[in-house]
Design a protein around this ligand. Structure first.
Ligand code: FNR
Length: 371
C-alpha cells in the first residue's frame, strides 16, 4: 500500500487504483466511449488554455469560498455523481459523503449509488445534490425524488445525455456486471436494484430496459411539478440547449459530456463552456465537469465563466486506494493547487476571476484577424 504522504497530485491515483481493483471494476471507472477521443480531449483542451496572470496584487489572503444555489461552500470544486462506489471501497458513497462534507463542499449522489439516499444522509450534515436518471416507470422517479427531498438533498441534477448508454468497449468485452454482493441501493425496494449478466455490458442492458428514451424538455417541466428542489440540467454542451434549459426553468446548467462516456467526438467540456455561458447570459449559473484534475483547471473554467466545477473519476480512484482518507486527500490537493493558482494569477476572491485571466486559441485567432 502506497503511503498517502507520497502522493502529490490527483492523477497519481489512477495508476494506483488500476493496481488495486479487479479489471472489470477499473475498466468501468476509467473508460470512455468507443475511440475515447473525447476522453483524451477533455484533458488536452485544458492544456491548450494559458493564463494571463496579474502581478503585484496583495495576495496575503486568498478567499476560495463561493455560493452555489444559495449554499456557501469552501471552494468552487464539487463532486460529480459516479455510480457503484462500493465497487471501489466497502464504504463506498458513505466514505465519499464524509470526505466531501469535511471539506465543506457539495457531493452529488448518483441514482445508481450502492448506498441509498437515506444511508448517505445518515452520515451526518452536508450539502448534497441528488442525480436523477428518469426511469420509464414515472412512479419510481416520483418516489425517488420524494425520498431524496426527505433525506435533505438540496437539488436535483437531471442527467440528460443518457437516453441510451454510450458504447464503452471494455465494459462490453468484460461483460460488465455489478458484483453479486452489491445492488443499486435506491431501487432495492422497487425490485430494480439488480443488474443481470448479459452478452453485452450488463449496465447497457439495464439502461435499455429501464431508462426512458423518450425523455424530452416537457419532462423537465413535469419534474418541476413533482418537486420544489432546484433542477440542474446535467449534460448541456450547446448554446441552443442552454437557451431551452433556461426557458424550461432549470436553476442551473452543468456543461458535461458524462466524462466522455456517452457520444464520442463531442468537444471537451472546457471548449463548449463559453458558448453555454454566453447563452445562459447570467440568468442561471453554469457549472462544468470533465477532465478536471488540477487546481489550474478549475481556475481556467471559472475564468471562462463557470460558477464551479465537479470531479468524477478522481473520487472513485482515490476511494479505491485510500477510502475516505483518499477522497479527502484529492480534495485537499485540489484546494491547495487552486489556492496557489489564484494567488499566482493575482486573484484574492473567486469573484475576481474573469475572462481576462485566460487566453484560448480563439483569442489568438481574433487578435491575428485584427492585425
Ligand atoms: C459517471 N458519470 C455519471 N453521471 C451521472 O449523471 N450519473 C452517474 O451515475 C454517473 N456515473 C459515472 C460513473 C463513472 C465511473 C464515471 C467516470 C462517470 C459522469 C460524471 O458525473 C461526470 O460527468 C464525469 O465523471 C466528469 O468527468 P471526470 O471528472 O471523470 O473526467
Amino acid at each position: 500500500m502506497v503511503n498517502i504522504e507520497e502522493i502529490t497530485n490527483v492523477t497519481e491515483y489512477e495508476e494506483l487504483a488500476k493496481q488495486r481493483l479487479p479489471k472489470m471494476a477499473f475498466d468501468y471507472y476509467a473508460s470512455g466511449a468507443e475511440d475515447q477521443w473525447t476522453l483524451k480531449e477533455n484533458r488536452t483542451a485544458f492544456e491548450r488554455i494559458r493564463f494571463r496572470p496579474r502581478i503585484l496584487v496583495d495576495v496575503t489572503n486568498v478567499d476560495m469560498t463561493t455560493t452555489v444555489l444559495g449554499f456557501k461552500i469552501s471552494m468552487p470544486i464539487m463532486v460529480a455523481p459516479t455510480a457503484f462506489q462500493r465497487m471501489a471501497h466497502p464504504e463506498g458513497e458513505l466514505a465519499t459523503a464524509r470526505a466531501v462534507s469535511s471539506h465543506g463542499t457539495i457531493m452529488t449522489l448518483s441514482s445508481w449509488a450502492t448506498s441509498s439516499v437515506e444511508e448517505v444522509a445518515s452520515t451526518g450534515p452536508g450539502i448534497r445534490f441528488f442525480q436523477l436518471y428518469v426511469y420509464k416507470d414515472r412512479n419510481v422517479v416520483a418516489q425517488l425524488v420524494r425520498r431524496a427531498e426527505k433525506a435533505g438533498f438540496k437539488a436535483i441534477a437531471l442527467t440528460v445525455d443518457t437516453p441510451r448508454l454510450g458504447r464503452r468497449e471494455s465494459d462490453i468485452k468484460n461483460r460488465f456486471v455489478l458484483p453479486g454482493h452489491l445492488t443499486l441501493k435506491n431501487f432495492d425496494g422497487l425490485d430494480l436494484g439488480k443488474m443481470d449478466k448479459s452478452q453485452d455490458s450488463g449496465l447497457a442492458t439495464y439502461v435499455a430496459g429501464q431508462i426512458d428514451r423518450s425523455l424530452s424538455w416537457k419532462d423537465v417541466k413535469w419534474l418541476k411539478t413533482i418537486t420544489s428542489l432546484p433542477i440542474l440540467v446535467k449534460g448541456v454542451i450547446t448554446a441552443e440547449d442552454a437557451h431551452i434549459a433556461v426557458e424550461a426553468g432549470a436553476a442551473g446548467i452543468i456543461v458535461s459530456n458524462h466524462g466522455a462516456r456517452q457520444l464520442d467526438y463531442v468537444p471537451a467540456t472546457i471548449s463548449a463552456l463559453e458558448e453555454v455561458v454566453q447563452a445562459a447570459a447570467g440568468r442561471v449559473p453554469v457549472f462544468l465537469d470533465g477532465g478536471v484534475r488540477r487546481g489550474t483547471d478549475a481556475l481556467k473554467a471559472l475564468a471562462l465563466g463557470a460558477a464551479g466545477v465537479f470531479i468524477g473519476r478522481p473520487v472513485v480512484f482515490s476511494l479505491a486506494v485510500h477510502g475516505e482518507t483518499g477522497v479527502r486527500k484529492v480534495l485537499q490537493m485540489l484546494r491547495d493547487e487552486f489556492e496557489i493558482a489564484m494567488a499566482l494569477a493575482g486573484c484574492t476572491k473567486v469573484s475576481e476571476i474573469n475572462r481576462s485571466h485566460v487566453e484560448t486559441d480563439i483569442d489568438r485567432i481574433r487578435i491575428a484577424a485584427r492585425l
